[in-house]
Design a protein around this ligand. Structure first.
Ligand code: ZN
Length: 476
């Protein structure tokens, strides 16, 4: 399919229009027929598979095993933890009819799996020898949404959810921080995205958690995106679900639990953060196609050479595509692969072949490079590493330039009217001030970054004593 650049609004001029169009045009996703749903198309799903592959290995290395629990949760299970059900009620999808008959008990389509998993954990855990119990699942969850924003806000999305039970709080907290560190690594190494890791406020934390850790990245229009969280559940679920064990001394104790999830929302962040006016710019580690080879003209000699190059690159583990299609002109092929964000493009013509070189173009910078054919694989790998690093460096500079400390509420309000971004401000931690700030500026507390030293000062809103400088931002 051919795309004209005219169809794509400028990212710098209209981010949300650009975003909606690029997701469709790059064939990452499409709208589903039911409101709020989306189709992950092969090119978009391939990115998710790359994330899965890397993350799954890290999860298993930690000793966590994959399993799969049912999609339907009996309503009574969901109601066992009071705050949990209260938090999720507004966004539940509920099945009331099955096989043509009214169900005796309603079934909730999982919004998250704590309750259905912990019902089983109670049966599986009896002694300290059964702990830790470390399970992860890759699945879909449903949270009713009124407005769709592909990847970023959909009724059904994909994620992994890890759920662990431990004999002590020390051990469970270790798991909570391990999961967040792992996410941060994935974000940095694969997504080429930096962000802030911190603790959520009482009102923003997960329904049923004692502490929620979050990773917050920054999108081009200055809004924060949260796409993964790690929760210290304390004994909030183990008590109502009766996940108890006999410790080494023979005393009965409740287990300490964690849950942590990373969703396909992150792909929305990836698209938005790195894309430009010409389309996607995928970091090489998450690009389904890392190198595309385009013959300048059809013809046997060129094609044979292209095939050989493709095999050379495949042999060193690169994901390569040779575009032999003849229904597009050379120029429109370039546009298509730019739009789809392929990090490195090779252009092969007779002139280049005769000279023993290949013309290459970097998607991140647009730079044209001439590569000697006899060192093609090594050079491509080197350039892809540079692209990965460059995208991270750009995102990092953007984050740094758009995070600032603010001392007065006037400045705070003004800042959200213009440049946005993350603001560090002292807040007294009362829910009332938090709510007022949200109403007046649309900004919410994003997190209290870990290892932030305490300060002596006054709340930016009410002037009362405040000890911590929180990160505020508008968010998706
Ligand atoms: Zn206050």
């Amino acid at each position: 399919m051919e795309f004209s650049k005219r169809d794509l609004p400028k990212k710098s001029e209209n981010l949300s229009e650009w975003y909606n169009k690029i997701v469709l045009q790059a064939e990452l996703a499409d709208y589903g027929p039911a409101r709020g749903t989306m189709i992950y198309r092969p090119y978009g799903y391939a990115i998710w598979e790359l994330v899965q592959k890397e993350m799954d290995a890290l999860i298993k290395e930690k000793g966590v095993s994959n399993a799969y629990f049912p999609l339907f949760i009996p309503e009574s299970l969901l109601k066992k933890e009071e705050k949990h059900v209260e938090g999720f009620s507004p966004e539940l999808a509920v099945v009331t009819i099955g096989g043509g008959e009214e169900l005796a008990e309603k079934l909730v389509v999982r919004p998250t799996s704590e309750t259905i998993m912990y019902d089983a954990y109670a049966r599986w855990v009896h002694s300290w020898r059964d702990l830790p119990l470390l399970i992860n699942q890759w699945n879909n969850v449903v949270r009713w949404e009124k407005r769709t924003y592909l990847f970023l806000r959909t009724t059904e999305f994909l994620w992994q959810e890890g759920h662990t039970a431990h004999a002590s709080h020390e051990e469970s907290w270790d798991m909570v921080t391990w999961a967040m560190d792992m996410y941060k690594t994935i974000y940095k190494d694969l997504f080429a995205l930096p962000g802030y890791v911190g603790k959520k406020s009482e009102s923003e934390k997960f329904a049923g958690a004692d502490v929620t850790l979050t990773f917050e990245s920054l999108m081009p229009e200055g809004k924060a995106l949260q796409s993964c969280t790690s929760h210290d559940l304390g004994q909030n679920f183990s008590k109502p679900f009766n996940i108890s064990f006999l410790d080494k001394e023979g005393a009965s104790q409740y287990a300490w639990q964690t849950s942590w999830g990373f969703s396909t929302r992150a792909l929305g962040g990836l698209i938005m953060a790195h894309g430009d006016d010409n389309g996607l710019r995928l970091p090489p580690k998450l690009a389904p196609i890392q190198v595309v080879i385009i013959p300048v003209k059809p013809g046997e000699q060129i094609l044979t050479a292209c095939e050989a190059m493709k095999n050379t690159l495949k042999a060193v583990g690169l994901r390569v595509h040779l575009d032999t299609g003849d229904n597009e002109t050379f120029g429109s092929k370039i546009n298509t692969w730019e739009l789809k964000g392929v990090p490195l493009r090779l252009e092969v013509g007779l002139k280049e072949l005769a000279a023993g070189i290949v013309s290459a173009a970097r998607r991140d910078t647009g730079e044209k490079i001439s590569i000697k054919q006899n060192i093609l694989a090594d050079e491509c790998k080197k350039i892809l590493d540079e692209i990965q690093e460059n995208l991270y460096a750009q995102a990092h500079a953007f984050l740094e330039n758009n995070t600032k400390s603010i001392e007065t509420y006037d400045e705070f309000k003004k800042s959200f009217e213009v440049q946005k971004g993350f603001l560090r401000a002292l807040w007294c931690e009362s829910a009332e001030c938090e709510q007022k700030i949200k109403e007046e500026t649309k900004a919410t507390t994003r997190c209290l970054p870990l290892n932030t030293p305490s300060e002596q000062g006054s709340c930016i809103y009410c002037g009362k004593e405040a000890k911590n400088r929180w990160l505020f931002a508008q968010s998706y």
